[in-house]
Design a protein around this ligand. Structure first.
Ligand code: OOB
Length: 543
């Protein structure tokens, strides 16, 4: 067993769990059993294709994950251990994650963009015992980063590099561990609204339910060929229906090293890809590339999913004509609830809404006013949700205020519900910036800025941007008798502190003092709102 016991997290009351089991939503299947069952059913079919020419069948993937699990066990990775996985879109990601599940360990999913500040925080919060990463990727030394994190976080005993996996594999076939399906299978990262990371405990039962239903809603079959163009560890390409949905259906996952149109179009043509998933800014890049050069054969594409941030209706309408395929909007969250427009929805619904929940009968959705009373259909309100795959609390019960007393998750999204059950995302009441699908917690970035010797105070706000939806702007008050730091200096400062590039403010404004927004202590939220309103997107962008 792990030397670092799992922290307790709030979970579903037994009555709800019993209801989900009785209705056949929670089947008792675990991820280890899931892969074995796929291998038994789809053995010789192609499961995973990598951009370097790797092609693994279901039987091979199962074999590789099993041999890796034995190696992980021999290294001392124990059931219940948390293991930070920071891998790009390479086939090793799939075998590592299933290998960890086979040994009873819990992956903690980091994104390739995360740097020391984030990785250290995740490893510490999860008390991870190992980090799995690549030596280098896109010019960055991930191996050195992982070793730095291991040196700083006492629980981390191992750094495992993708290049070392073959040496780790063992031909032994000991039965390792069969966890209970109601146990936590992995920790996903929350987009975050606070300075400290919130880890999301997802169970085998709840996550596999969402995977199976998502695959059914999206019509995945053994013929489906899914291009993973977003970072594979994100909840959207992982399970909505994502790579797990394709594997569930017996289809093929094609891992793209990047989502840029050139790379992606070539892979779509080469592998006859039928479905893929994008965030809105990437869709815009694809639309532009397609308009300037329509020569790639994308005729295999049947479905293009877009989610993670607001999709402008004008962009949505261009999908069909540009790619000759259907659009599907996906509005989801790593905490659980996922909404899809359905394949048989009419165009206005597909273009103008963000879909409806996976389960008509079991996803509970409330749209409430500021006082918590339900509003009429069609009216704006806060989205609260509870159901068979939405967590009831964060890992270790961090931030209990994100949940109501009766277990609804406060999504922080402001929505309208239509009589059909479809939701339209109209805005956000949470302190979060959504930079083209990448989520930024202002608190976190402000804490870093305040560490700069010339910064007296800092507020980070979102400003509208036609391409990304929002960009981040740091508003700075300099210390008395200090020259205000330049934008370039602050950016370098944040990078040196190991902050992911997407969190480094796009714009920096220096002001003499912050506006007084109310009586007494200035609320960060009011302050950010006042500053955001005073910043127009046309003001000069820093070079
Ligand atoms: C997905 O998950 P997260 O955890 O990175 O972010 C969730 C938040 C939502 O609460 C909402 O604020 C925003 O991202 N969001 C959207 C959206 N999809 C997500 N806002 C407007 N329109 C959409 N279609 O982003 C995620 C997880 C699973 C599937 C898809 C997206």
């Amino acid at each position: 067993m792990s030397a670092f016991p799992l922290r307790a997290s709030p979970t579903w009351p037994e009555a709800d769990a019993a209801r989900y089991r009785a209705a056949g939503l929670w089947t008792g299947e675990t991820f280890g059993a899931f892969l074995a069952a796929r291998a038994a059913r789809f053995g010789p079919r192609t499961a995973v294709i990598g951009s370097a020419g790797e092609r693994w069948s279901y039987a091979e993937l199962d074999e590789r994950a099993g041999a890796l699990a034995q190696g992980f066990a021999a290294l001392g990775i124990a059931p219940g251990d948390r293991v930070v996985v920071q891998l790009p879109n390479i086939p090793a990601y799939v075998e590592v994650v299933f290998g960890l599940w086979r040994v009873g360990a819990l992956p903690v999913f980091a994104l390739p963009a995360h740097r020391r500040s984030e990785l250290e925080a995740f490893a510490a919060a999860a008390e991870a015992t190992a980090i799995v990463t690549v030596e280098r990727c896109a010019g960055f030394d991930h191996g050195a980063l992982a070793r730095d994190v291991a040196a700083a976080v006492p629980s981390v005993a191992h750094v495992i590099l993708a290049g070392e996996l073959d040496a780790l594999r063992s031909p032994e076939r000991r039965v390792l561990w069969e966890p209970c399906a109601s146990a936590v299978a992995f920790l996903q990262l929350s987009g975050g609204t606070t300075g400290t990371p919130k880890l999301i405990p997802r169970t085998h039962d709840d996550y596999l339910y969402s995977v199976r239903e998502s695959a059914a809603i999206c019509g995945f079959t053994p013929e489906s060929v899914y291009l993973c163009a977003l970072p594979v560890a994100h909840n959207f390409p992982m399970s909505s229906p994502g790579i797990l949905g394709v594997l569930h259906a017996g289809g093929t996952v094609v891992l793209a090293p990047s989502g840029d149109p050139r790379t992606a179009f070539a892979l779509i043509a080469r592998e006859r890809v039928s479905v893929t998933a994008l965030v809105p800014p990437l869709l815009l890049a694809w639309l532009e590339a397609r308009a300037s050069d329509g020569s790639d054969d994308l005729s295999s594409l049947e479905l293009l999913q877009v989610g993670g941030a607001r999709l402008a209706p004008e962009a949505a309408r261009r999908v069909g004509p540009a790619f000759g395929c259907r659009l599907q909007q996906v509005f989801g969250m790593a905490e659980g609830l996922v909404n899809y427009t359905r394949l048989d929805d009419v165009e206005d619904v597909v273009v103008g809404t963000q879909g409806r929940p996976i389960s008509d009968d079991f996803d509970e959705v409330r749209v409430v006013d500021d006082l918590g009373s339900d509003v009429e259909d069609g009216a704006l309100g806060h989205l609260l949700t509870r159901g068979p795959y939405t967590i009831r609390g964060y890992y270790g019960d961090a931030d209990p205020g994100s949940f109501t007393a009766d277990g609804f998750y406060r999504t922080g999204d402001v929505v309208r519900r239509l009589p059909s059950g479809h939701l339209v995302v109209e805005g956000r009441a949470k302190d979060q910036i959504n930079r083209g699908g990448e989520k930024i917690a202002p608190d976190e970035v402000e804490d870093h800025l305040l560490a700069h010797p010339s910064v007296h105070d800092a507020a980070v706000v979102g400003v509208p941007d036609t391409r990304l939806g929002e960009r981040s702007c740091a508003v700075i008050v300099a210390r008395r008798e200090h020259a205000a730091p330049t934008a370039a200096e602050l950016r370098r400062f944040l990078r040196e502190r190991g902050v992911a590039a997407f969190k480094v403010p796009d714009r920096v404004e220096v002001v003499a003092a912050f506006p007084q927004t109310g009586v007494g202590k200035v609320s960060r939220r009011e302050l950010r709102a006042a500053l955001a309103a005073s910043l127009t997107p046309t003001v000069k962008e820093p070079a």
